[in-house]
Design a protein around this ligand. Structure first.
Ligand code: ARG
Length: 471
């Protein structure tokens, strides 16, 4: 394409080193759609004849079909998807095809193509995230009345509703939904018409191409447009934070599924066995999910590092931006293929969860708060109950089974109304503050979460409607 200025052919090694075809071929349809918008605009602006525009568009659509059927084999020597499609167009319709690239640089073309491609991908990722959140909300509904131990420092802390556990993870994923929709908004701008860096001397109509491609707005500054990749960073940031959430959820379930805890049940179809130990049922899927955070964090750091200190405007460093971005998108699709169906089949072994309560000490805070309600300052109550805890441990007595006489010997302020309060279920039910773990609160929380989810879904389906054909 630049043979005019060069006296030597490009070195073979350089062709291999500089090509981006292996990365960008997957965006072929998006690239064609961007070219169609451009060529329609050229005709609208009187820069080519209407018949020429129609011929180019028809040929581009034909190329799309060639790609679909597998009959088009792109060449790495043409560097990227953009050059491959353009040169195929010129092959097919000669001088007319050679008019397509007027007023356009690959710098704004690459940018347009990726944004077109990403909008569709992000909407698909949204479907995955929505499915994931829906499954978790349903689990929370199913388990709202199930009491399990809650932990801090992995030490038994207070009884909780398993629904509250699910909702804790749901809240994290709902924040991810917001981040995903913010990323979408950042992607949803039309860069076409910015040219190489400074716009064009030709009377291009950027608003026309924007509308044709269904973008919400055009970018503001031609130099900034071709130079930055913030919208990629937004996606990778969403993915990295999301990866952390997946990792944490996986780890929780792995721990509760472990032989020693053993109160979470995982479906056989989402576990694997051992080649030597016949008794094993391993949570490999969750472990792989836990590990994905490494790749997702790495991708973010990769892009942040790559884009720092690059002078304005376009520099070839930026070509590699798609490597970690596409790997991230593929990784997210993989996560969404296994995590929701796995979670849908997670269950609680209530009997085993109950064994965790056998020493009754998980109710110690309840006793301290009972004393507070009797007018005892919290610090004093804390100390009194602390002594009672020590006594229970030394005398091997479960705290929730102490007789009134035993209680009164330990803490004289205790009355007959304390012992009936001391069960894990009552304890869970009585934590009824806003956002607390009582089933009533959990159900209210679930209801609000469904609403939030549907607001996101409406927003995303509005975006979906704006996507043009061919993508
Ligand atoms: N293949 C390149 C990419 O994907 C296109 C580079 C276009 N611009 C340039 N000045 N070489 O980014």
């Amino acid at each position: 394409m630049w043979k005019g200025r060069f006296a030597q052919d490009t070195d073979e090694a350089v062709i291999n080193f500089t090509q981006s075809l292996d990365l960008d071929w997957r965006m072929a349809r998006a690239d064609i759609r961007g070219s169609i918008a451009h060529v329609r605009m050229l005709a609208h602006a009187g820069l080519i004849k209407a018949v020429e525009a129609v011929a180019i568009e028809d040929n581009l659509r034909e190329i799309a079909r060639e790609i679909e059927s597998g009959s088009f084999t792109p060449k790495a020597s043409l560097e990227d998807v953009h050059m491959n499609i353009e040169s195929r167009l010129i092959e097919k319709c000669g001088a007319v095809g050679a008019r397509l690239h007027m007023g356009r640089s690959r710098n704004d073309q690459v940018n347009t193509t990726v944004r077109l491609y990403l909008r569709k991908e992000l909407l698909e990722l949204w479907n995955g995230l929505e499915a994931l959140i829906s499954v978790i909300l349903k689990k929370a509904e199913e388990h709202a009345d199930v009491v399990v131990p809650g932990y801090t420092h992995l030490q038994q802390a207070q009884p909780i509703s398993m629904g509250q556990f699910w909702m804790a993870h749901a809240q994290a994923f709902l924040r991810d939904a917001k981040r995903l929709s913010d990323a979408y908004e950042a992607v949803d701008e039309s860069p076409l018409g910015c040219g190489a860096l400074a716009g064009s001397t030709l009377p291009l109509d950027r608003e026309f191409t924007r509308a044709d491609m269904g973008f919400s707005r055009i970018t503001e500054n031609s130099m900034d447009t071709v130079a930055h990749r913030d919208h990629f960073t937004d996606i990778l940031y969403f993915a990295a934070v999301f990866g952390g959430h997946v990792s944490r959820l996986s780890e929780d379930l792995i721990i509760y599924f472990s032989t020693e805890f053993g109160w979470v049940k995982l479906p056989d179809s989402f576990c694997t066995g051992s080649s030597i130990m016949p008794q094993k049922k391993n949570p490999d899927v969750l472990e792989l999910l836990r590990g994905k955070a490494g790749q997702l964090n790495g991708a973010l750091v990769d892009l942040l590092t790559m884009t720092k200190g690059i002078p304005l405007t376009y520099n070839r460093d930026l070509q590699d931006d798609k490597r970690s971005l596409f790997r991230t998108i593929d990784c997210l699709h993989m996560i969404f293929s296994v995590l929701p169906p796995l979670l849908a089949r997670v269950d609680v072994d209530e009997e085993r969860a109950g064994r965790g309560f056998s020493d009754g000490l998980i109710l110690a805070t309840d006793v301290a708060e009972y004393l507070v309600l009797r007018g005892i300052p919290f610090r004093t109550a804390h100390e009194k109950v602390g002594h009672a805890v020590r006594w229970c441990i030394e005398n091997d007595r479960p705290m929730d089974k102490l007789t009134l006489a035993e209680w009164q010997a330990l803490i004289p302020e205790v009355d007959a109304d304390l012992p009936p309060l001391l069960s894990p279920r009552r304890s869970m039910e009585r934590r009824d503050t806003d956002g607390g773990t009582s089933p009533r609160q959990v159900r209210a929380q679930i209801e609000r979460a469904w609403k939030k989810l549907s607001v996101h879904e409406e927003e995303m389906s509005e975006y979906r409607k704006k996507l043009p054909d061919l993508l």
